[in-house]
Design a protein around this ligand. Structure first.
Ligand code: IMP
Ligand code: MG
Length: 322
């Protein structure tokens, strides 16, 4: 024991933590989600909301680290505010009081000395953004951020599912050449992420179609703005879509492709809004089934905006009003 009461490193104590993780990892949405958790400070509740918005998993005050001992009795502990499992990082929010910041800095220094394997970050308000930037959210300008109600699928979740699908496709088409036909424009990010994970020889082609809507009513009329560049007779063709909604677009394109006699024809879609299906179309690969909500991001647009967002999100109703 050193004279200031600190335990020197390496004698066993640092691995002890007195409190086991209590709060469960949660993914709530909306604003009344923290009913079960008593945040010590309003800024913590705010930070939790930001994390929820981005669907970043968090645990509140998961663990206490003993910092000082008197014999075997712990005399000082440090309990970081949050743990982010996805980043394997503890986060401590700072208050505005300089006196407390100094004390926290001291505790943090001691924690890092005693537990060098632990990642911890002291976050000032202005640091929120740079932490979130790690998740690839730099593309959001403050204006479009305001239009977003909540993130439905995070960039991380999307990438994981793209990996799963690619693995499945690699298995199913092993030993074959595959022709991917993407339906523009919404499919662009999904298509490029997917194709980079495929291991067989791959050909890539695109069609660009638009859906006619008359008086806002659904119809099965589809117009081809860009046709295939190459004949597809006798090839193994996988059509790639961003979203299947009513199914009209898909049915039209499938009939169109089938008439060109590929050896096989399957469908892969990022999103399946099954609740809205009007014409039944079998889907071979579906990354996510989503509820009946209008979504944007990761290729999907509202009036050509939001395609560049790395996640899929639901807009606030106000964002639709002219
Ligand atoms: P379907 O013919 O009704 O299946 O429509 C499919 C097309 O509608 C997609 O390729 C999209 O361009 C568009 N679409 C349907 N739902 C959404 C949505 O929630 N967000 C953005 N575009 C959508
Ligand atoms: Mg569209």
């Amino acid at each position: 024991m050193t004279e200031n009461g600190r335990k020197p490193r390496g004698n066993g104590h640092p691995s002890i933590h007195l409190l086991e993780p209590v709060a469960s990892t949660r993914y709530p949405k909306g604003s009344s989600q923290h009913a079960g958790i008593k945040f010590v400070h309003p800024s913590e509740a705010e930070f939790a909301r930001i994390l929820d918005f981005y669907r970043i998993k968090w645990i509140y005050e998961p663990r206490s680290f003993p910092l000082r001992w008197d014999g075997d009795r712990v005399t000082e502990m440090f309990t970081p505010d949050f743990y982010l499992p996805g980043l394997d990082t503890y986060v401590e929010l700072t208050t505005m009081k300089q006196s407390l910041v100094t004390k926290k800095n001291r505790k943090l220094r001691e924690l890092r000395e005693l537990y060098p394997e632990v990642n911890i970050r002291l976050l000032y308000r202005r640091d929120y953004q740079s932490l979130l930037a790690k998740y690839g959210y730099r593309a959001i300008t403050p204006t479009t951020l305001e239009d977003i109600d909540h993130v439905l699928l995070s960039a991380e979740e999307i990438q994981r599912r793209v990996d799963d699908l690619a693995e499945q496709i690699n298995r199913d088409y092993a030993g074959l050449e595959l022709w991917l036909v993407g339906i523009l424009k919404g499919v662009a990010p999904f298509m490029t992420d997917l194709m980079r994970k495929l291991t067989m020889p791959v050909h890539v082609d695109y069609m660009f179609v638009t859906k006619y809507t008359r008086d806002g009513s659904e119809s099965d009329a589809v117009r081809i703005l860009k046709d295939l560049d190459h004949p597809i007779e006798g090839v193994h063709l996988l059509m790639v879509e961003d979203i299947v909604d009513t199914g009209f677009t898909l049915r039209y394109i499938l009939n169109y492709l089938r008439a060109r006699k590929p050896a096989s024809l399957k469908v892969c879609t990022l999103l399946d809004k099954r609740a809205r299906r009007l014409v039944d179309q079998p889907l071979d690969y579906v990354a996510f089934e989503i509820p009946d909500e209008y979504v944007v991001g990761y290729g999907l647009d509202h009036r050509e905006l939001y395609r560049n967002l790395p996640f899929v999100c639901v807009l606030k109703p106000e964002a639709y009003r002219p």
